[in-house]
Ligand binder design. Sequence first.
Ligand SMILES: [Zn+2]
Length: 232
Amino acid sequence: MTEQPIREALDAAGRVPSEQDLDTLSRQLNRPVRDVVEIGARCVCGNPLVATTAPRLSSGIPFPTTYYLTHPVITAAVSRLEAAGLMNEMNERLAAEAPLASAYAAAHDSYLANRDAIGERSGTGAVPEIAGVSAGGMPTRVKCLHVLVGHALAAGEGVNPLGDEALQAIAEWWTKDKCFCVGAWDTEGQAPSQDRSRHVKTQEKVDPAIKRAERAAKRAAREAAQNSGEQK
Ligand SMILES: [Zn+2]
């Protein structure tokens, strides 16, 4: 990986999540948020657009997807692009256009540099299990546009070429110079405080290698438990 400067849209003060930000994130996602250490990007009105999660969860699990798009207007717009097949088009272009491929590879490196910095700041430190693993399909594929848009918003323009393109493509539904928050989520009553989302569809599947390692660890634990007669 080449050395990449840390690129962040918000300054240190802007990144600090307030109680109100966390409440808003829970409302935007309709579930309580956990392990959010910073805000990655904000609406012109100040509301969060992107939640930043530490590279290791408080449960100890390594977490490669640092930036999570939370604003319902943006997530819905990006879902429309995915449904329209934009990812296939991007993948074809990545295979055919060398300058795009190299800019996208640089975005992957930049993502990792940002994540290292977030790990430092949040006290997680290095997370060797996910070294070199970013998200969204980077560095060579596009598997989740939400991840790329989250990165583009958190890093600012000019870092993730395909995230920037996706933002352009949703301009009829959302642009960063205007507030689209009114009515976008339920602001009445209590914020979701119980996890009602056992089967929440995540934006990014965990890297298969990590999944395999986790399954192997679980299997080993199960077998150890069986051998010791604690469990059937
Ligand atoms: Zn707003």
